[in-house]
Unconditional design. Sequence first.
Length: 637
Amino acid sequence: MRLFAALALALNLAGSAAAREVLVPIRLDERFLRELLVQSAFTDPEQSAVLYSDGVECKSVTLRNPELRVGGGAMTVVSDVETKLGTLFVGICLFRVDWNGKLESRLEPRLDPKQPLVRFRVLDSKLLEADGSEHATTRTLWDWLERYGRPRLERLTIDLGEPLEDLRAVLPLFLSDGNAARAQALVDSLALESVSVAEHEVTLRARLDAPSAPPAPPRAPEPELSPEELARFEAALSRWDGFITYVVKRAGTQTSDAGLREQLFEVLVQAREELVETLANPSAANTDPVRPLFLASWRRLSGVLQELGAQAGGRGVLRYLGFIAAGDALAALDELGPEFGLEMTSDGLRRLARVLAPADPADPLDAPQSVDPELRRALDFGEPLPPPELDDAPAPESPPEPAPKPPAPPSSRLDSVLRTLLAFVAPSAAAATQPSGSLPRLTGEEERRLRGWAPLRRELNEYLPLMQRLLRGAAEDALTPKRVSAEVRATYLDLQIATAWQETCWRHYVRVRGSVVAIRSSAGAVGVMQVNSRVWRGFYDPRFLLADPSYNARAGSEILLRYYLDLAYAKGEQRRTGGFDNLARAAYGAYNGGPGQLARYRSANIPKSLRAIDAAFFKKYQAVRGGRELEVLRCFG
């Protein structure tokens, strides 16, 4: 169950016309509360609470291993009880009786009227035998439990002072200029209003009184962005990329849970895919491009952070609480509409990120282009790919392409080219139908030969087998650390070849106005595997993605395998009708459009353009599965 549920916004419009009341429920689940209980009451060695001890093991009462159940209007704490009841005479313990059972206590949360604290009061307690029946309590034992046990359990206190201070510091930074008075009024109104117990959680309600603003005047159609406006637009998105990357990396380094790290990975990549889409369609009508990206990512991110909060321990628990409360409050205030003046400012994002790591001197909004080993490790990508050895001199261009001959009919021309190719490369073509491990790896000289090579038609008989071996070698390198079945392995190898076919027809370079340049899409994806350096910033070096087909192929193969194993396979796409082919179709959808596109191959509600892309890919994939991967020649006419 989640540590905190996502925001549920309640707007009370029946109040004053000058302000709108925003209630932000903050839900604390059982795991979070148990963590606080252990920190406050079970602080003795091995999560125990020594209620009484005479120091010589003759008389003692110890509580251990607290379990917590929340519901029915109260929190129920059930702890193991270890008792020793004896008579001490001249330093000797006489007639000692040991009894072990359980103590069950019900606690009620209450707000402190003067401080931002939630305190807990013991409503009642009882001792239980191991079988769950009620113990016939001795008067002495019960006196000890009342005298020492009740105060120990009532140590549990939730201090919300720090999270509320974080809110007071963060929220004004997200209000547009000229709203200082309204920002101060908003901060001054922040208060805890109530606390209640529901099933599996304690719910706190924080109240904000949001001052109303006059309705914004109708906006005239916006002109196209000027170069200066476009530069500011891109700078704002770069800062957003820095923020979401910083938060995801911090969270990923604080958990060893592979499932949570996978969710963080999906949040980051989907956020960057949306960023790339926003960059491709800049609009002056959207004066704050970060705002919709923040809200979309927050819906995905907050749930993961709620899970992580219970694992943070110590002050980390409250830092997560403050960060999530601030994000939830921003989402709530956004619901008030654009006239409220909420903006995703740099100062606001920077201050919000530092709630998680107040002592970190790094700027959370920095977005360097270099490879970030910490980010890769935090999201289970392992160590960075080794950089290629590149010559300083530019790669030589291939000879100019001769004037084409009169074209033959399409079918006979294709058959002729295929026959010509197979005549030259029969061993390689035959090897393509054998286990991929039988394909020889490229030598260093062969890899260097592919740099800067935009093949002419007459060179395809040399180029395509080399690129086939490059791609297969990259796929096998990605698979090497994984332990997978033969079928999972074979499907991935075919998927990788089909993906490179679909994306670029196995080309890293093309000829443009007589020059050889690396293939680049309108969205900024580059090279044979069309790896987007904006989406994969920090994971790969953008210089090598552009300059080296081998590095690009290894990067694309690593990304594709992540989608294939940790997303499509982990979510069971192979168990649907279609079997292992579904893994390829799902993984390609994610590779092409981000984690959110995993299921698009089986969705009826997708644009025709995406449906056509998926159909074209699947046709290529089936050709590769059938041993016909050299039909990639069709790309070259």
